[in-house]
Design a protein around this ligand. Structure first.
Ligand SMILES: [Fe+2]
Ligand SMILES: [Fe+2]
Length: 304
């Protein structure tokens, strides 16, 4: 029979200094935006003014993001389930905001697609095999395992796929790409505003992932090797997907009669590599901290 041994807030209180409690506070303060309040009327006019080649060039990235946000919304629950079983109250408090954030991200993209008139278009043709490997398979597989297995290996695997690869490498690079293309072109102010909100939310999500992996690596340094192994295993699919988008974009540019959008693909490719390396460096820092308490202190100081 499932039962609780006791309750933290009956024996005492929430740990107000816990880094995940602090992150929960931050989420309540900074996560108040509402996708329904974003005005997409200029985006609608902008989209209508593009040539058909320029219109098509926006679709692969939108297809990647819409499905990505939907996948992370559907797949976050097992993480909360596993950490709840472990009695990690502060982590679970934070995760209540996490799932709500992801729901708003799905809503934001869906509203935009509807506003510019591509709401009923099937964009799944832009998901290549590498994208599918990550979002259709590795992510749900790693997350759903947490329902029955909350071992450090399983938690590290889930946080690596979800927070370090999907959010920390792909989503971060995606925001950068959106800004590079559409801010420069003076297009889609509503979408760019939404992306700014998303970016802020994702910063907290990545911090959760870093904390979760770091505290386990700090307990046993062998988990660092495991983390690196999972990162390296997924890396070919990250580069495979980015190469596919690059190839597609360049071909669209060549075929277009008129094409006003400026896209620096080399810069984007370098950015993805940089994000991937930053995540590895951030986790490797955990090896130099002597205890979980010290790690929590370091992270919560970085929060201030
Ligand atoms: Fe998201
Ligand atoms: Fe996220």
């Amino acid at each position: 029979m499932v039962h609780h041994d006791g309750f933290q807030t009956v024996k005492g209180t929430i740990d107000w200094e816990h880094p995940m409690y602090k992150l929960y506070e931050k989420a309540k303060r900074n996560g108040k935006w509402n996708p329904a309040d974003i005005d997409f009327s200029q985006d609608q006019k902008d989209f209508a003014s593009l040539t058909s080649e320029e219109k098509i060039s926006a679709l692969p990235l939108i297809a990647g993001f819409s499905a990505g946000e939907e996948a992370v919304t559907l797949d976050i629950l097992p993480m909360a389930h596993a950490l709840a079983r472990q009695g990690r109250l502060e982590d679970v408090l934070f995760l209540t905001t996490f799932m709500h954030d992801e729901a708003k991200h799905v809503e934001m993209f869906s509203r935009w697609q509807q506003a510019v008139g591509i709401g009923q278009m099937d964009l799944s043709v832009f998901h290549n095999d590498d994208y599918k490997r990550i979002f259709y398979e590795a992510l749900p597989d790693a997350m759903n395992r947490l329902y029955t297995d909350d071992s450090p290996e399983a938690v590290i695997r889930a946080a690596t796929v979800y927070n370090m690869i999907v959010e920390g490498t792909l989503a971060e690079s995606g925001y950068y790409t959106f800004r590079q293309i559409y801010k420069k072109a003076g297009l889609f102010p509503g979408l760019l505003q939404g992306i700014d909100y998303l970016n802020m939310d994702e910063g907290r999500h990545i911090q959760f992932g870093l904390y979760t992996i770091q505290r386990l690596v700090n307990e046993d340094e062998r988990y660092y090797e495991l983390f690196i192994k999972y990162m390296e295993e997924l890396w070919p699919h990250v580069t495979g997907y980015v190469a596919y988008l690059t190839e597609l974009g360049k071909r669209q540019q060549q075929l277009a009669r008129t094409y006003a959008l400026e896209i620096d693909y080399d810069l984007l490719n370098r950015y993805v590599v940089k994000q991937f390396n930053i995540r590895k460096q951030q986790i490797s820092r955990a090896k130099r901290v002597d205890s979980v308490e010290e790690l929590e202190k370091t992270l919560s100081e970085a929060e201030r």
